[in-house]
Design a protein around this ligand. Sequence first.
Ligand code: IMP
Length: 194
Amino acid sequence: MTKVLVVATGNPGKLREMQAYLANSGWELTLKPEELEIEETGDTFAANAGLKASQIAQATGNWAIADDSGLQVDALNGAPGVYSARYGKNDSERIARVLNELGSEVNRQAQFVCVIAIANPHGEIFLQSEGVCRGVILHAPRGHRGFGYDPIFYVPEKQLTFAEMTPQLKRSLSHRGKAFTALLPQLALLSPES
Ligand code: IMP
């Protein structure tokens, strides 16, 4: 029996990224039906990932996987957090808003967080995994790779922003990479009949 896992996203880029992480997991990933839109109404990453996985699983009658992620800046009490994607109209506006709110604050510590949830066809959350990557917010963007807040997120151990890293290096230390690495051994043990 093929182990189908519906990805709770309408974004083909995210599907490709998940396929890369889950390449040898024995599951076949498919995109969620376009008409199924799930609103992210939770106030934590875990709540939103759970909500998306659970509702897509129930609606399709398959296992489903969802992730929710964002940037938390210590001196902004964790903002933009679950509002990371909605913090401005586009990436440069979102970056400008974070830099503006931080101003000349000296504490520039921050973290990216990613929570992944997997739900069974009844909509029950079966697995959940979290990955965190700590870093520092620069005063101005650096680098042209990646997406979102990558150009202002600096990782001191590598002396690079996420936007200056190769995709392989970013995957090896990013919040999303860590969450998937933690999830893989558990997913391999899971039978679709569970
Ligand atoms: P999601 O698709 O609801 O998980 O939205 C996450 C948002 O957080 C994205 O739109 C980005 O703004 C931000 N974000 C999450 N992960 C990253 C990352 O790896 N680099 C840069 N921004 C990220």
